[in-house]
Design a protein around this ligand. Structure first.
Ligand code: GLY
Length: 435
């Protein structure tokens, strides 16, 4: 089967490598891809819009497409592919609204009795400011739309909440054009205490099968402080009690699936609610409609059954738990980001990767490119691997214990040449503290 993967980050690198192991996979294409993906798949350019992706798929004889990023789902890639008879893994634009409108997701959860933090949604700065002043701090301010994981501020003071609102409505994340501003929406939520875990589930519109629980580390600095990023490292499996897994299944995943079907937008694809384990029970922090990144880099190497069979079964509405089998081993991912991330990023930093990796270790490319320079005197061309964005590499290790997986991942991190790289030394700290 010829497969197309849409996207160009670490998640898509992990997807391509997982799909390559499928007995049914023949050619794998990826757009836009990156330097790491180009080593294992055919990377080709394509205009980033649904009609162009569908033309590309037809032109290259693609038989199945897997969508990585949220913005491709928001712009309706699945709807266009389905209308043109092209098989694809992912939710329709209407179903992906769970992610691209946090305000919609919150109202949906209220409608279907899914446990989540109290909230208010606002489209005007003055109303939002009045609400936060009434509620007080700590409080959570979220851009309702997609913001590369960076649209959330946990405000510990009223001043921080006001600053976050102003950033969304008038600057930084927001647009200065008045037309754009009038389309902005924020969700303001009650602050919840507890530990966050990532719950990912394959879905076929009716049924959902959960992957092992994992835990991301979302802030840039150790100890979970500093600005939010797309994710700086993940560990899996994150151990939960059987009754907690049951609670997630029956009070969160199943009601989402039932609610979406009832509202005429059945959810097919990867459902990824971010959860908070609060003293009062498990609450949904947000709902994503795609593989997490770097959760995909952490979980896919643990998948023992055929990924293509699972994704095709989801798209054909015949998912069964027997298709999904994970190794009981532990997996850890440490993300290496460029200097300045998440406020900005330095591109073009030369990267030196070890030629041979220890068994069980992978280096997924999140934002890399090849830069060519020609030596005029000799006429020779020199190609150098360089960084091309904020999160650059995700170093993953699989081992019999989490401790071992982390040790192996950090050993490789230290052997990567990447001037000024930022990474956290404390990935997995909550489980390590428990020892
Ligand atoms: N790991 C966070 C995300 O994928 O949104």
């Amino acid at each position: 089967m010829n497969i197309l993967v849409i996207g160009g980050g670490g998640r898509e690198h992990a997807l391509v490598l997982a799909l390559k192991k499928s007995a049914r996979a023949s050619k794998i294409l990826c757009t836009p891809g990156n330097a790491g993906i180009a080593e294992v798949a055919e990377v080709l350019p394509c205009d980033p819009n649904p009609a162009a992706w569908a033309d590309f798929a037809l032109h290259h004889g693609v038989e199945f497409t897997v969508v990585g990023p949220d913005n491709a789902l928001e712009c309706g890639i699945v709807d266009v592919f389905e209308a043109r008879g092209l098989p694809i893994f992912g939710p329709t634009r209407a179903a992906a609204r769970l992610e691209w409108s946090k305000s919609f997701a919150k109202e949906f959860m209220v409608r279907h009795g899914i446990p989540t933090a109290r909230h208010g949604s606002f489209t005007h700065l003055s109303d939002a400011l009045e609400y936060v002043r009434q509620q007080g701090a700590p409080i959570v301010v979220k851009d309702s739309g997609l913001a590369l994981g960076k649209g959330v501020t946990v405000a510990h003071t009223l001043e921080a909440a006001e600053k976050a609102l102003e950033a969304i409505f008038v600057g930084e994340l927001g647009a200065s054009e008045s037309e754009e501003m009038s389309r902005r929406e924020v969700v303001i939520e009650e602050f919840m205490t507890g530990m966050e875990v990532s719950c990912l589930a394959f879905c076929d519109g009716v049924r959902a099968v959960m992957l092992p629980m994992s835990q991301d580390h979302k802030t840039i600095f150790e100890g979970d402080v500093g600005p939010m990023t797309g994710g700086m490292g993940v560990i899996a499996p994150f151990p939960l009690m059987p009754e907690q897994l049951e609670e997630i299944q029956t009070r969160i995943i199943e009601p989402i699936m039932r609610g979406m079907a009832l509202e005429g937008t059945p959810f097919k694809g990867m459902l990824y609610p971010g959860l908070m384990l609060t003293p009062a029970g498990i609450r949904v922090v947000e709902i994503n409609a795609r593989f997490g990144d770097p959760e995909a880099e952490c979980l896919l190497p643990l998948l023992e059954s055929d990924p293509l069979e699972i994704l095709v079964a989801c798209s054909e509405g015949r998912l069964s738990p027997d298709l999904v089998r994970f190794s009981p081993a532990s997996s850890a991912v440490v993300v290496m980001a460029s200097p300045g991330y998440p406020a900005g990023s330095t591109r073009g930093i030369p990267l030196e990767l070890p030629e041979v990796l220890p068994s069980g270790v992978s280096v997924f490319h999140c934002a890399t490119a090849f830069e060519s320079s020609s030596l005029e005197s000799s006429g020779l061309e020199n190609t150098q691997l360089v960084s091309s964005g904020g999160r650059v590499l995700a170093v993953q290790a699989t081992a019999s214990t989490l401790e071992l997986a982390l040790t192996q991942a950090y050993e490789v991190v230290q052997n990567i040449g990447f001037a000024g790289a930022q990474y956290r030394w404390d990935i997995g700290f909550r489980l390590r503290e428990k020892r």
